[in-house]
Design a protein around this ligand. Structure first.
Ligand code: C2O
Ligand code: CU
Length: 442
């Protein structure tokens, strides 16, 4: 069937010569199993708050169309830029695509300018909830709406929606004339609101935080399980009640429950009307919405199983990433901060160099007063420990690791995807103001 390892063949054919990023593509030939077109275009949209904003969209909607594919599919996506003057790209957040398909403007491709198009082709293997977004001037373009869901169903699983309610929900921050409004977006044109779900239905909520800042979700009216984090299944997740879910920018949680006979409310801390969605059999209001429950600790959730990479393995490389802030002072009424990695701001931050096949361990230390959802492209990070304590619950395999102030994590990954990759904070302003670096293959 498809050649899943085209990128490896290309890399070794290059021998000891430097890798050319543009050669590290997915399969260039073969009939795709799934084909989509994304048109980047401006569109006025109305928020649940009544504010109208000029959004930058894929196919005229926010979120963009939900792309649903199957594990093993060869996926082809044509990106067409209609009228986004800055140019656009598409990055497949959480999908370990070959480097030339990663959609990072200025690194793996040029931005696609108005009137131009670009075709992405890759085979998908990471089942679960992922998303796509522009990676040209990301801090502006993601905020303006250039994102959507990318769902990879297991090869042999049921169709999404077969006897179940499968609902993707984005939390997003919109800049309006009155300041920032946080909105929970259901798929389709409407945002916020109500969903009718018959009692007894199995429900999967795919929560995606496309806002930069960390969000606290609460689910009221039912016990629930966190079935997956960043698309990776949690091992034997236990049912919990009244716990809050803390999701950093770029992160995803899949929440599952059986629809009860009464309404269930999903809400964000802050609780403006557009931050609550009610699920019920008949449009009833939810009676009891409280916030402020304990926060679920992903390192102690689910039942213990050995991680895909053992913390005591013989590592080929060990890196240290220290997150710092550099305060520049106040001017024009703003406080100005640069966000640093190992004392430098991008592009002066270090580049970590690996060889294909290396087993790599990285220690990440947050010495700032902010949290940082650190996103590594092209690879999945296995969490080994936090503050020196090994994880206790299910193995966690993440593409975006939320690091709170003062915390130290150890993560590990296998260097199995040659190219030049971004590693950056997914508070995209932090990335733009320094907190970005590269991982590259020797
Ligand atoms: Cu979701 Cu480099 O980004
Ligand atoms: Cu940050």
């Amino acid at each position: 069937h498809h050649d899943h390892h085209a990128r490896h063949a290309v890399a070794s054919a290059a021998g000891s010569a430097a890798i050319s990023v543009t050669d590290l593509t997915g399969p260039r030939t073969g009939e795709p199993d799934a084909r989509f077109t994304l048109v980047a275009q401006k569109q006025m949209i109305e928020l649940a708050s009544g504010h109208t904003v000029e959004a930058w969209t894929f196919n005229g909607q926010v979120p963009g169309p939900q792309l649903v594919v199957r594990e093993g599919d060869l996926v082809e996506v044509e990106l067409i830029n209609k009228d986004i003057e800055l140019g656009v790209t598409v990055h497949w957040h959480g999908v370990d695509v070959p480097n030339a398909e990663d959609g990072v403007a200025g690194l793996t491709q040029n931005a696609v300018m108005p009137g131009e198009s670009h075709t992405y082709r890759f085979v998908v293997n990471e089942t679960g909830t992922h998303w796509y977004h522009s990676h040209q001037a990301s801090s502006v373009q993601v905020a303006k709406g250039l994102f959507g869901a990318f769902i990879i169903l297991p090869k042999d699983g049921a169709e999404a929606g077969g006897g179940t309610a499968d609902v993707t929900i984005f939390s997003h921050d919109w800049e309006t004339p009155d300041g920032t409004r946080t909105v929970l977006h259901l798929p389709g044109p409407a945002s916020g609101g109500q969903r009718i779900i018959p009692p007894g239905t199995e429900v999967r909520l795919r929560l995606v935080n496309s806002a930069s800042y960390t969000k606290l979700f609460s689910l009221h009216g039912t016990p629930f399980r966190v079935s997956a984090i960043d698309g990776w299944d949690i091992h034997e997740p236990e049912a919990v009640t009244g716990m809050r879910l803390k999701i950093g920018g770029g992160g995803r949680y899949d929440v599952t429950f059986t629809m009860p006979d009464h309404p269930v409310a999903l809400t964000l801390d802050g609780r403006e009307p557009e931050t609550t969605i009610i699920f019920s059999k008949d449009g009833q209001e939810a009676a009891d919405i409280r916030t402020g429950g304990p926060i679920l600790d992903p390192l102690a959730y689910g039942s213990y199983a050995p991680a895909p990479i053992d913390g005591n393995a013989a590592f080929d490389r060990e890196f240290l990433t220290v997150l710092d802030q550099i305060y520049l002072g106040h001017y024009n009424g703003n406080s100005n901060t640069l966000w640093a990695i190992n004392g430098e701001v991008f592009p002066r931050t270090p580049t970590f160099v690996v060889e294909e096949g290396d087993l790599v361990k990285t220690r990440i230390v947050n010495r700032t007063f902010s949290d940082h959802p650190m996103h590594l492209h092209g690879h999945h990070m296995v969490v080994l420990s936090r503050n020196g304590t090994p994880y206790k619950g299910s193995p966690l395999v993440l593409d975006t690791l939320l690091v709170d102030p003062g915390e130290t994590y150890e993560v590990a990954f296998r260097a199995d995807n040659p190219g030049i990759w971004m590693d950056h904070c997914h508070i995209l302003d932090h990335a733009a103001w320094g907190m970005s670096m590269h991982l590259t293959y020797a």
